[in-house]
Design a protein around this ligand. Structure first.
Ligand code: DOR
Ligand code: ZN
Length: 421
């Protein structure tokens, strides 16, 4: 038993924002209220801390099976717990690709054996994510996937997306697309603009993403299916999502901490800044922040993408795309959204909890009977992120050495403490 006393309980799904206690019994929440007592419980003094429903990350790469020198399910979930996440959804671009039930079962079983947090796999849209024919979606759903995506690549054609969306309607799964027009992407390594010209690096325009978002929204309308746009990075894409929502389509989107924090002016030849989609222009970044504040963005997702030093520490042109993100996500959100006064605390919590839950079609509530997944964090605790102290096996973060105000303090998964600062 765990009794969390005197925290500021913030749960956007029940519109709670009050100083309360939370009692955990076994793997469930037993009670939420003022002045709770439980003589045999371990007491956690949460005064001065925020107590939120467990954070969900709907977009990460755990690299197992196949690239265990970059990350494993064990190391990745430990990093996730340190970041306050109690559930992470891992993308299928492993080796082999998670395009059939045996790979899904491997991930689920491995996570049950060694995972520090819950792992909900995302299956591939197409066999091998090759964009030709559909993967074994129903069998993967049976084995535990919560969505499908060919992440790393866009769904290859409107026809394939249409098939996937029609198929997924019966299974009630969202289709997550990494939006990118291959002809505009070709050979580029960063966002096209004055910064790419200054650095002499090949750039891709923002339209690389938004052209694909426009296609996808139309297919969502054609099929009535659930479409989720991964790592949205362009203002034009956000406008398309806003319009789609206004028209009542089932379209949602996520934004990553690196896209709402960095601008292409800050990109250097350091390959830690190389990520796909690339870091946006200042104007686009500012509009992403607006979208996070006004409700048009549904979730913050990390796109935690570890790459071992041997492959990442090379020239910008040659390095793989991606950066790690679990351990800095909340602190960057506090910096950019909360301390800057752009969003309220309940809205910030929503972006990590009920927002991603809604994308997946589930609820996440801090209420009696619900699973005891909790994220406790400080709004003020000063700390400095150092990749050498990270639980990840990879170090590819442009935020190494950055100082923050506020951090995850206690992560509880199914009633067990997964991380304590
Ligand atoms: O930067 C990225 N890294 N973007 C992706 O779409 C894939 C990811 C990865 O798997 O490394
Ligand atoms: Zn992607």
């Amino acid at each position: 038993m765990l009794l969390i006393k005197n925290g500021r309980v913030v749960d956007p799904s029940t519109q709670t924002d009050a100083t309360l206690d939370v009692l955990v019994e076994g793997d469930r929440i037993a009670a939420v209220g003022p002045g709770l007592e439980a003589p045999s419980a371990e007491i956690v003094d949460a005064s001065g801390l925020v107590v939120a429903p467990g954070f969900i990350d709907i977009h990460c790469h755990l690299r197992e099976p196949g690239d265990e020198s970059s990350e494993t399910i064990e190391s990745g979930t430990r990093a996730a717990a340190r970041g306050g996440f109690t559930t992470v959804c891992c993308m299928p671009n492993t080796h082999p690709v998670n395009d059939n039930a045996s790979v899904t079962r491997f991930v689920v079983d491995r996570a049950a054996a060694v995972g520090a947090v819950r792992v909900w796999p995302i299956g591939a849209v197409s066999a091998g994510s090759r964009g030709e024919s559909l993967a074994e979606i129903a069998a993967m759903k049976e084995a535990g996937i919560v969505a499908i995506s060919d992440d790393g690549h866009p769904v290859a054609s409107a026809k394939l997306l249409r098939q996937a969306m029609e198929y997924c309607q019966a299974l009630d799964l969202p289709v997550i697309d990494h939006c990118e027009d291959p002809s505009l992407f070709a050979g580029a390594v960063m966002r096209e603009g004055p910064s790419s010209v200054r650095l002499g690096l090949r750039g891709m325009p923002a339209a690389t993403e938004s052209i694909c978002v426009a296609r996808d929204v139309q297919v969502a309308e054609l099929t009535g299916g659930r479409l989720h746009i991964a790592h949205l990075s362009a203002a034009e894409s956000l406008m398309l999502v806003r319009q789609a929502k206004r028209r009542g389509l089932h379209v949602t989107c996520e934004v990553t901490p690196h896209h709402f924090t960095l601008t292409d002016e800050e990109v250097t030849y350091d390959s830690r800044f190389k990520v796909n989609p690339p870091i946006a222009s200042r104007q686009d970044r500012d509009l992403l922040l607006e979208g996070l504040a006004d409700g048009s963005v549904d979730a913050i997702a990390t796109d935690h993408a570890p790459h071992e030093p041997a492959r990442k520490d090379v020239e910008f042109d040659l390095a793989p795309f991606g950066m790690i993100g679990f351990e800095t996500a909340l602190s960057l959100a506090l910096e950019q959204l909360y301390h800057s006064g752009r969003v309220t605390l309940p809205r910030l919590v929503e972006l990590f909890t009920s927002g991603p839950a809604r994308v997946l079609g589930i609820t996440r509530r801090l209420a009696p009977g619900e699973p005891a997944d909790l994220t406790l964090f400080s709004l003020d605790h000063p700390w400095t992120f150092r990749t050498v102290e990270s639980a990840s096996l990879s170090q590819n973060s442009p935020f190494d050495g950055r100082s923050f105000r506020g951090a995850p303090v206690l992560t509880v998964v199914a009633g067990q403490i997964a991380f304590r600062r």
